[in-house]
Design a protein. Structure first.
Length: 235
């Protein structure tokens, strides 16, 4: 049997009375491009925070490469091979693109340059982060994620705030990632993007996973349509 890369079992996270995640099971296998969707406040970012060690689940287990990581700190989780982006980018504003990415690459300049090339920012590698457009900042965040050579990359709404042209470019980039067999758990609200570029999609509603399947199955799932899509999504 092939062991899965990441196993979330009955992951629950409460904030006082609010149950942000309620017994969520999620499996990510090597090479998966797993999308995670759900209405605002359904717990998507909370799950990313639990997996990356920024929050400690109230109960449940998270296993990465066979090791329970619920008690691990973000830094050591990153070292074991999970990288993440933030819904709101957190760059070092006074550093250049290259310098920002080098920080995540542990100072490896050549590898940082490769990551920058991968996301299409080579031409502006010497520009300070404070002078980037929002789209460029998002791409730099992805490059920083790649720079730690993760076995699993967590992306949190990397398309929010982008215009339609930028979204198309980002879809292409993520499709390239999928083709090259990267393992990605990708939270997104741009439905068109996730329907096109994910292999599988899980759906959260009020902290519970209500569906999981191929994009086509999810687009036609009555529960998902009622909870989220509003109307049938045409692929
Ligand atoms: N640090 C926190 N303290 C209190 N409540 C939180 C915290 N983080 C998230 N929440 C709450 O948990 C719920 C899920 O939030 P979140 O995971 O950010 O949703 P999503 O990313 O799906 O929009 C929301 O009701 C949010 O207000
Ligand atoms: Mg969120």
């Amino acid at each position: 049997m092939v062991e899965s890369l990441l196993e979330c079992r009955a992951v629950t996270k409460s904030f006082g009375k609010l149950v942000a995640l309620n017994h969520v099971d999620l499996t990510v296998n090597e090479g998966d491009m797993l999308g995670l969707i759900g209405p605002n406040g359904s717990g998507k970012t909370t799950l990313i925070n639990c997996i990356s060690g920024f929050y400690k689940p109230t109960s449940g287990s998270i296993t990465f490469m066979g090791k329970n990581i619920v008690k691990s700190k973000p830094y050591s989780i990153c070292k074991t091979g999970i990288a993440r982006t933030f819904q709101v980018p957190r760059p070092f504003l006074r550093l250049t693109v290259l310098e920002n990415v080098m920080v995540s690459a542990g100072g490896d300049r050549d590898f940082a340059l490769k990551c920058i090339e991968r996301v299409g920012l080579s031409e502006i590698k010497d520009v300070q982060a404070k002078n980037l457009t929002f789209h460029q900042l998002r791409l730099m965040e992805i490059a920083r994620g790649l720079a730690s050579k993760p076995k699993l990359l967590l992306l949190d709404e990397v398309m929010s705030g982008l215009n339609p042209v930028e979204i198309e470019e980002s879809i292409k980039l993520l499709e390239e990632f999928r083709e090259t067999g990267m393992t990605i758990l990708w939270v997104e609200h741009v439905m068109r993007a996730i329907m096109k570029a994910a292999d599988r999609i899980a759906v959260l509603q009020e902290g519970k996973k209500i569906a999981e399947g191929k994009p086509k199955e999810i687009a036609n799932d009555e529960k998902v349509i009622a909870a989220y899509l509003g109307e049938r999504y045409t692929l």
